[in-house]
Design a protein around this ligand. Structure first.
Ligand SMILES: [Ca+2]
Length: 155
């Protein structure tokens, strides 16, 4: 009986997700729906070093603590931008932080007064002076997929 109820709950959840893509259910409900996130990163100044992207599902650690991210990506940089895909994510709310790690040291280089020396960006392309907050960068991922573009900023 419990199995049948669980199956029905899944079906119900799936139906909800289609009708109301922006609805945020309790964790149990949302876990049934999977979605892909397609990300375009553009605005690299030169095709050197690597990009580092970190996807967060809460404000904890956003944007700099990549070890707290639910998924990360690292890869070579291209002049015309980078496209990456996070597959089979649980539908829900996320924020993505990226930076251009020119010297490939794993960190966002900053000047002695703390101004980033490497290109950086976040989902929703927040334009504030300080590091973006999770709320500023937050977006809703719903099935089947969401495509976003991040324009790197250079200070
Ligand atoms: Ca660096």
């Amino acid at each position: 009986m419990r199995v049948i109820l669980a199956a029905l709950a899944c079906l119900f959840c799936g139906a909800c997700a289609v009708k109301q893509p922006h609805r945020i259910g309790p964790a149990g409900e949302a876990s049934a729906a999977k979605a892909d996130l397609v990300v375009h990163i553009q605005g690299f100044k030169k095709a050197e070093g690597v990009f580092r992207a970190a996807l967060f599902d809460s404000a904890r650690g956003f944007p700099g603590e990549h070890e707290r991210a639910v998924a990360t990506r690292v890869g070579p940089v291209r002049d015309d931008g980078v496209r990456l895909v996070f597959e089979d994510l649980r539908a829900g709310q996320y924020a993505l932080a990226v930076f251009h790690d020119l010297d490939d040291d794993g960190k966002l280089g900053t000047s002695w007064v703390g101004i980033p020396k490497e290109g950086f960006g976040a989902s929703n392309n927040p334009s504030g002076l300080g590091p973006p907050s999770f709320d500023e960068a937050r977006f809703t991922l719903a099935p089947p997929e969401l495509e976003i573009t991040i324009d790197l900023r250079h200070l």
